[in-house]
Design a binder for this molecule. Structure first.
Ligand SMILES: CCCCCCCCCCCCCCCCCC(=O)SCCNC(=O)CCNC(=O)[C@H](O)C(C)(C)COP(=O)(O)OP(=O)(O)OC[C@H]1O[C@@H](n2cnc3c(N)ncnc32)[C@H](O)[C@@H]1OP(=O)(O)O
Ligand SMILES: Cc1cc2nc3c(=O)[nH]c(=O)nc-3n(C[C@H](O)[C@H](O)[C@H](O)COP(=O)(O)OP(=O)(O)OC[C@H]3O[C@@H](n4cnc5c(N)ncnc54)[C@H](O)[C@@H]3O)c2cc1C
Length: 681
């Protein structure tokens, strides 16, 4: 990274990065590790074959100089960020095509577009991401076989580039309130797309600004004078030859953002734009040539693509976090500061227990999220196969767990990355640490694909239904089985099993308390909606507790039952991480444990002692654990986190890339500063 330019400009040659030289503290850390890091890498990849595939894929992409930046995107203008992003994205997609022709799978695409590899190549966003992440999945999930046959090939080959245009200036969350209309005219057999108000302008879709020439547009369907709610339509936005906007299409880019500045998010409006009837995606609902509307088996099937992306976001979060925590742990091994014992040499900052506390729970979180994400991905595939066969029974369960996992994983990861940044002191604030960009990417996910509070309220809605079922003695689905009214919770016993059990007990207690609040609200004369709003802070809290119970349960189950093949040395470390994740959250929720699980003050002290013990146990393996994520330096993209630990050399090298350092006296001196220095006031 930070290529050719820098090497010429470092002021003192002896401070240049030396290839192959590894920081001695990092070397010592690697020797201390008690397990085989390669064994863990294989486990994370899902076996040796998958490990080899990944390595090959990374080589294929990351050793291509066309895909590497000579100048970091943060030094570019907004326009150049887009130009650079688009150039690389187009090149990347040519390579993706090559990969597909050699038998690449959708999993390859996910890994490339999400998480670590994608964010290494297109650090600040990808203007073609929505084409693959939402446009193609919507065609696949919502098109009829004929529509799929016509559009998907074109889309895979990038003969059309699409985006997913749903959100409007006025509505993102409440999609039933969208204002864009698609009105069917049986005489011409066309829909007419129209944007009746300013607030109906589409706003946000990735790649919409200057990149996409087609979009899936979500609009209110009108036929025979009646509105049938929101439906997806394929709309051509730009001429296929000239790329000029089609007649009646108003389109542009929305401007710089906190992050993701190469994503080319755009706005869009229509002035009675016609499209043929067969460009409504009609797998679920249909409009017949004469304008007759045929209902979908469930109007929530239109929401299918959002569900897909929520599921993959959870996986993505684990990848982003692995990257951030690798940077912070390696830096904390290299960085020495202060005196722990007066007169003695300065310790590595990772020897401070507070530093271990900042970092190690987030190493554990990578695993916690990975295991939940894997479970969710499997469930998603099972449920979609069943839906395709006409069985919609498990759809609500999938929706409920996907919503809370999306919210909790994105919120936790954003907090974790900010903590990683803080743990790197001043240098963490530098763009070249790659922590600010990583945070920018991750914090966006708390908003997109369903704002987190709203997602938790969706889960809470399902929890209230499940609670009512439990009270009626009905059978419950697996993720809410703990609400069963006959379930006896085991008494507290100062073990990790007890913590996991405790989270279920807390969730059950909070769900019951919400139900009571709602009931009281209604009894006091509030409408059920008003009572819901009055209880909503509690409801969000209950949904979060439910999700924490799920994540800890999954994590413990994996450690107990999913690691039999691993060596005892590695299993021990995996168990320590699981325990740490559980204790960390138990201590963050001490009030809940005191309220719902009957623990006492001395139990809290025991938990505190156990947390300290775990931090110290994990300390010698910290660098080994992040090395096992096996993230190449191009993926890490950080002056602080590279494998060799040449932190100070890389900081100096990256400073020299600043255009402000190109000349000994900057032009602005003559333009303004010299006059100020000479002025007599
Ligand atoms: C090919 C390669 C792929 C590679 C992948 C690489 C991965 C990389 C990923 C990272 C890159 C991402 C890039 C960024 C993309 C951002 C794109 C967007 O934001 S796009 C824009 C994203 N925008 C958003 O996410 C908008 C968020 N808003 C919404 O989704 C909805 O408005 C709502 C869910 C909040 C409410 O909906 P509303 O219709 O008002 O519903 P009510 O509340 O009245 O509840 C009624 C009933 O419906 C039920 N139900 C609801 N949903 C579902 C469902 N999905 N299902 C089932 N059921 C559902 C609900 O439970 C309830 O049941 P019941 O109690 O009656 O039994
Ligand atoms: C980086 C990025 C990329 C995006 N890409 C796309 C894209 O490609 N395509 C696309 O269509 N959209 C895209 N979006 C839009 C995104 O999906 C919406 O911003 C998101 O769904 C939130 O909607 P909103 O902006 O209307 O927020 P709002 O709903 O206005 O949220 C504002 C506040 O109101 C609260 N609130 C709203 N409703 C409720 C409620 N019912 N109960 C309690 N509180 C509530 C929220 O919790 C939040 O605190 C993108 C957004 C971002 C940030």
């Amino acid at each position: 990274m930070f290529g050719r330019l820098a090497a010429k400009q470092v002021p003192n040659k002896e401070y240049a990065v030396v290839p192959g030289k590894v920081n001695p503290d990092l070397q010592r850390e690697r020797k201390k590790c008690t397990f085989d890091t390669l064994e863990l890498t294989h486990f994370l990849d899902g076996g040796v074959e998958k490990y080899k595939d990944r390595k090959e894929r990374e080589n294929f992409f990351l050793s291509d100089p066309e895909l590497m930046d000579d100048v970091p995107p943060e030094l570019m203008s907004h326009e150049d960020q887009y130009r650079n992003g688009l150039k690389k994205a187009c090149y990347l997609f040519k390579k993706l095509k090559e990969l597909r022709e050699n038998g690449g799978t959708i999993d390859n695409y996910r890994q490339l577009l999400g998480g670590s590899l994608g964010s290494a190549i297109l650090k600040d966003g990808n203007p073609l991401a929505l084409h693959y992440v939402m446009f193609i999945p919507t065609l696949m999930g919502q098109g009829t076989p004929d529509q799929c046959a016509y559009w998907i090939e074109k889309a895979w080959d990038c003969r059309v580039i699409g985006t997913y245009a749903q959100t409007e200036l006025g509505h993102g969350t409440f999609i039933r309130g969208l204002e864009t209309t698609a009105t069917y005219n049986p005489k011409t057999q066309q829909f007419f797309l129209n944007s009746p108000t300013l607030t109906s302008y589409k706003w946000w879709p990735g790649g919409l600004g200057q990149t996409a020439n087609y979009a899936v547009v979500v609009a209110q369907l009108y036929t025979k004078g009646e509105c049938h709610g929101i439906h997806p339509f394929i709309v051509q936005l730009r001429d296929e030859k000239t790329h000029r906007p089609m007649p009646g299409v108003i389109v542009g880019e929305i401007g710089p953002k906190l992050g993701m500045n190469a994503t080319n998010n755009g706005f869009l409006a229509f002035k009675q734009v016609p499209i043929p009837r067969n460009q409504m995606l009609m797998k679920n609902a249909q409009v017949l040539p004469d304008g007759t509307y045929v209902k979908s088996p469930s109007n929530k099937l239109t929401y299918g693509t959002m569900m897909f992306v929520r599921v993959v976001i959870v996986q993505d979060m684990a990848s982003y976090l692995a990257k951030a925590v690798t940077i912070a742990v390696r830096y904390s091994a290299v960085r020495r500061q202060s005196e722990m014992v007066p007169g003695q040499s300065e310790p590595q900052i990772m020897d401070y227990l507070t530093q271990m506390y900042k970092l190690f729970p987030y190493i554990a979180t990578v695993y916690a999220l990975k295991f939940s994400a894997q479970w969710l991905w499997n469930m998603y595939n099972d449920v979609t196969a069943k839906i395709d066969a006409g069985d919609l029974e498990l759809l609500p369960e999938l929706h409920s767990i996907a919503c809370c996992l999306k919210a909790v994983s994105t919120a936790d990861t954003a907090t974790a990355i900010e903590t990683c940044r803080l743990s790197c002191g001043g240098h963490g604030y530098m763009a070249c640490s790659n922590l600010p960009t990583t945070y920018g990417n991750v914090t966006a996910a708390s908003t997109y694909e369903g704002e987190n509070t709203v997602m938790l309220l969706q889960t809470a809605r399902a929890l209230m239904k499940a609670y009512a079922k439990a009270q009626a003695g009905e059978q419950l689905s697996p993720t809410v089985e703990y609400l069963n009214r006959n379930r006896k919770f085991r008494p507290w016993s100062n073990t990790v099993d007890s913590i996991v059990e405790g989270f279920k007990q807390i969730a059950a207690g909070k769900v019951a308390a919400c139900a009571l609040s709602l009931q009281r609200g209604v009894e006091s004369g509030l409408s059920s909606e008003e009572a819901w709003n009055r209880a909503s802070v509690q409801l969000v809290d209950a949904a979060e507790a439910h999700c924490r119970a799920f994540i800890t349960d999954r994590h413990l189950d994996m450690v107990r039952n999913g690691m039999n093949e691993l060596s005892p040395a590695l299993r021990e470390v995996m168990a320590q991480l699981c325990d740490l994740y559980c204790v960390f959250w138990a201590l963050k929720r001490t009030g809940d444990f005191l309220q719902f699980c009957g623990i006492r003050g001395e139990d809290v002290q025991n938990l505190q002692d156990y947390q300290n013990e775990l931090l110290v146990q994990i300390r010698p393996n910290a660098v080994g654990l992040v090395d096992s994520f096996d993230l190449r330096d191009e993926i890490i993209g950080s002056a602080l986190g590279s494998y060799d630990g040449q932190v100070y050399e890389r900081l100096l090298q990256s400073a020299m890339l600043s255009p402000l350092n190109a000349k000994p006296v900057h032009d602005s001196y003559g333009a303004s500063l010299s006059a100020l220095l000479r002025a007599k006031y």
